[in-house]
Write a protein that binds this ligand. Structure first.
Ligand SMILES: [Zn+2]
Ligand SMILES: [Zn+2]
Length: 279
C-alpha cells in the first residue's frame, strides 16, 4: 500500500532543502527591511518594541504562507506544499507555536531579560537541544527523504509536489558563468605579465615625441612629508634619479629599471641618468 503513494508524492530531497533555505532567506529579507526602517524612523521605539516587531513580521509571514496557503513561501516558489489533509487546525496552531513563538521568546530574553542568568541559561540549553535534534533529524531526512525540518517531523507533516516531479534545471546561467569564469582566469593570467608603466611610457613618448634627457641635476632633500614618486609611501632606502629631485624607494626604482631599461621619471619624464643614494 505504501509504495504507490510514495511514488506519486515523491519530492526530491534537494527541492525540500531548497524550500527550507528559501523560506529562511525570504523571512530574513522582510524582517531586516522592516526593522531597519523602524530603527531609522524612531530608534527609541525600535529598542522598546523590537521583540514585538519581530513577532509581528513572523506572524504576518506565517499567516500569509502556512496559515492560509498550506505552504511556506519557499515551498510555493518550488511548487511544493504541505499535505492539506494532514494540516488540521490543531497541527496548524502547533506549527505556529513551534516556528514563530520560540523566536519571540528568544528575542524577548535577549532584549529585556539580559540580567536574568537562569533564563539565559535555560534558553541556551533549549537552543542547544533544538540544534542537536535538528542534526539528528537531518540525517533521518537524508535517509528517508521526508520531513526536512524538525517541526515537520514532530507534527508529521509531509511535503507534496504540485506539479510533475521533474526539477527544471536552467543551463543559461551556468553557461554564462563558465564563460565569465574562463575570461576572468585569462585576465588574471595575462594582467601580471603586462608592464603597465612601460606601456604608459611608450604611449606618452609616442604623443610627446622624444624623451627628455639630461636636465639640471637637483639633489632632493628628504623631509617628513617626502613620499616615493612611484608607490606613494614613505621611501624605503631613498634613492633618486638625478633629475627633478623626485625620491623613490630603492626597490621601486631598481625594479622598474630592470623591467624597462628606458624607464623615465614619473614626475618630469626624464630618462634615467643614474641611481643615486640619498644621504
Ligand atoms: Zn624627475
Ligand atoms: Zn616606492
Amino acid at each position: 500500500m505504501n509504495s504507490p503513494e510514495n511514488k506519486s508524492n515523491f519530492v526530491s530531497r534537494v527541492n525540500q532543502l531548497d524550500a527550507v533555505h528559501l523560506n529562511r532567506d525570504i523571512g530574513k529579507i522582510f524582517r531586516d527591511n522592516l526593522l531597519e526602517t523602524v530603527q531609522i524612523l524612531s530608534p527609541v521605539i525600535y529598542t522598546k518594541i523590537k521583540p514585538e516587531l519581530e513577532l509581528m513580521v513572523q506572524s504576518g509571514l506565517w499567516m500569509g504562507s502556512v496559515g492560509t496557503q498550506c505552504a511556506t513561501f519557499g515551498q510555493k516558489l518550488l511548487m511544493l506544499s504541505y499535505d492539506k489533509e494532514s494540516l488540521t487546525l490543531s497541527r496548524l496552531s502547533l506549527h505556529f507555536a513551534l516556528t514563530v513563538v520560540p523566536l519571540y521568546l528568544k528575542s524577548n530574553a535577549e532584549n529585556r531579560f539580559v540580567n536574568k542568568e537562569w533564563l539565559q541559561k535555560a534558553l541556551n540549553v533549549g537552543e542547544h537541544i533544538a540544534i542537536a535534534l535538528s542534526i539528528i533529524n537531518f540525517f533521518r531526512f537524508l535517509k528517508t527523504g521526508k520531513k526536512p525540518s524538525l517541526v515537520d517531523f514532530f507534527l508529521g507533516l509531509d511535503i507534496i509536489s504540485l506539479r510533475s516531479n521533474q526539477r527544471n534545471v536552467g543551463y543559461k546561467y551556468m553557461t554564462r558563468e563558465l564563460i565569465w569564469g574562463g575570461f576572468m582566469e585569462l585576465i588574471g593570467l595575462i594582467l601580471p605579465l603586462i608592464n603597465i608603466h612601460k606601456v604608459q611610457r611608450i604611449i606618452k613618448s609616442a604623443f610627446k615625441g622624444e624623451v627628455l634627457s639630461g636636465v639640471n641635476f637637483v639633489t632632493p632633500r628628504l623631509t617628513a612629508m617626502t613620499v616615493c614618486g612611484f608607490c606613494g609611501d614613505r621611501p624605503t632606502l631613498p634613492h633618486h634619479m638625478g633629475c627633478c629631485g623626485e625620491v623613490f624607494c630603492y626597490y621601486c626604482l631598481q625594479g622598474n629599471l630592470e623591467s624597462d631599461s628606458q624607464f623615465c621619471c614619473v614626475k618630469c619624464g626624464v630618462k634615467v641618468q643614474g641611481v643615486y643614494e640619498l644621504c
